[in-house]
Design a protein around this ligand. Structure first.
Ligand code: DCP
Ligand code: MG
Length: 386
């Protein structure tokens, strides 16, 4: 953990990767109201505006005091808080709510687009098209629409096909995604994340002894409930650049599928998924984004629920950067890459750290070393909720 409590130097820093940030902050109500505006901008394709709300939210989350009128002068000096944001913050401080957030939250369009994008494979642009061009409003409308038009199956270029993990598991179609929507929208409690991890690693052990793994994502940041389970996996003998990492991923996905733990896959390997929600800053690691279900007898809840499971496979030298890169939060990761580029002339992503001047590669042997190489103060994963 950080040895010192959060200081002004921390929360006024313009890089999210230098701002320790708890899961729940003193101004959670404001964060929620801004979150609605941010989401609306994202759904409308106004990405620049969405990002500036995301930055403001992140700065507020790191601010350790409850906002009051007397603090507005200090808040106005926080990084990235311009006049527009400040006026909304003061609206919140004075009235306990923001008018624009209320209007958006009550709008039919916002609610339809939000619902549509809960379905895997439907991003903001597709959601708008379904709303504007096809006049769809509800999930029932979508079901009817996709019963008639299933979009063509994902096509892969030759290069993609060569790199892709091959598996008999079916690709998750939009129709299947619609059918599983209620399951996939249910949050996963920590105990079930642990159980899923145990099962996956138990199966992996039978294929290859001595693998190492870390549960990353929101779970590692301390979230009580997650939307999916993200696991980074390596084995000490894997050689990068060969097909060994891919081979391990393929063997695991296929074993889990054969044994009934994986029902669908959505994306396999290191290239970009089309129209997925997370297309930016995709790393080159081997990945399998899947749908997982617990076996009937695994001490599972009353009802077995389909869960999203992301498996990330790395050679040993990329293990720690993969862990750092997949722990998040998204804002923390965005600024980690920016910090590396602007302040260190290095490139950071989950597959490694490269010095730009001479392309020297670094192979950190712990997460602490990742931070050291980038000249960053250590921040515990539970304080990376920027
Ligand atoms: N990540 C990233 N950039 C991407 C994709 C992922 O930086 N394009 C990182 C940040 C995320 C982490 O990987 O925090 C895991 O992604 P998730 O979408 O699973 O998000 P979380 O695990 O943080 O939350 P949850 O799964 O509960 O929604
Ligand atoms: Mg996650």
């Amino acid at each position: 953990k950080l040895s010192e409590p959060t200081t002004k130097a921390h929360y006024t820093n313009r890089y999210a990767c230098l701002r320790p940030c708890p899961l729940v902050c003193p101004n959670q109500g404001l964060v929620k109201q801004f979150g609605i505006i941010r989401r609306s901008r994202e759904l409308e394709g106004k990405d620049t505006s969405a990002l500036s709300y995301e930055r403001t939210i992140s700065v507020i989350k790191a601010y350790p005091h409850t906002l009051t009128a007397s603090r507005l002068a200090e808040v106005s000096k926080l990084p990235g808080i311009g006049e527009k944001m400040l006026s909304k913050i003061s609206e919140y401080v004075n009235y306990g709510k923001i008018r624009e957030s209320q209007t958006i939250a009550a709008s039919a369009r916002f609610n339809s687009l939000s619902e549509f994008t809960t379905i895997y494979g439907i991003g903001a642009a597709t959601a708008r098209k379904l709303f504007d061009t096809f006049g769809l409003r509800t999930i029932a409308d979508l079901e009817e629409h996709y019963a008639r038009h299933e979009p063509p199956p994902q096509r892969f270029s030759d290069e993609e096909q060569a790199r892709r993990i091959t598996t008999p598991a079916p690709l998750l179609s939009i129709r299947a995604g619609l059918a599983l929507r209620e399951d996939l929208n249910e949050k996963i409690p920590r105990a079930e994340v642990d159980l899923m991890h145990d099962i996956v690693m138990g199966e992996l052990e039978k294929l290859r002894q001595g693998c190492m793994s870390t549960i990353v994502g929101g779970y590692r940041r301390g979230k009580a409930e997650s939307n999916d389970v993200d696991i980074v996996i390596t084995h000490p003998t894997l050689t990068s650049g060969s097909d060994q990492v891919k081979g391990l991923g393929e063997a695991l996905v296929n074993r889990l599928y054969e044994r009934g733990f994986i029902t669908h896959v959505m994306h396999l390997s290191g290239f970009h998924p089309p129209d997925a929600l997370r297309t930016s800053h995709w790393d080159t690691l081997e990945k399998a984004l899947t749908v997982f279900i617990l076996p009937p007898d695994a001490g599972s809840p009353r009802r077995r629920i389909h869960r999203r499971l992301d498996l990330i496979f790395a050679a040993p030298e990329a293990y720690w950067t993969a862990i750092t890169g997949w722990t998040g939060s998204k804002m923390f990761e965005r600024d980690l890459r920016l910090w590396a580029k602007v302040e260190c002339s290095m490139k950071f992503d989950s597959s490694g750290i490269t010095r730009r001047r001479d392309s020297k590669r670094y192979f950190p042997r712990s997460e602490q070393e990742v931070f050291e190489i980038l000249g960053l103060e250590w921040i515990d994963p539970t304080l990376r909720n920027a």
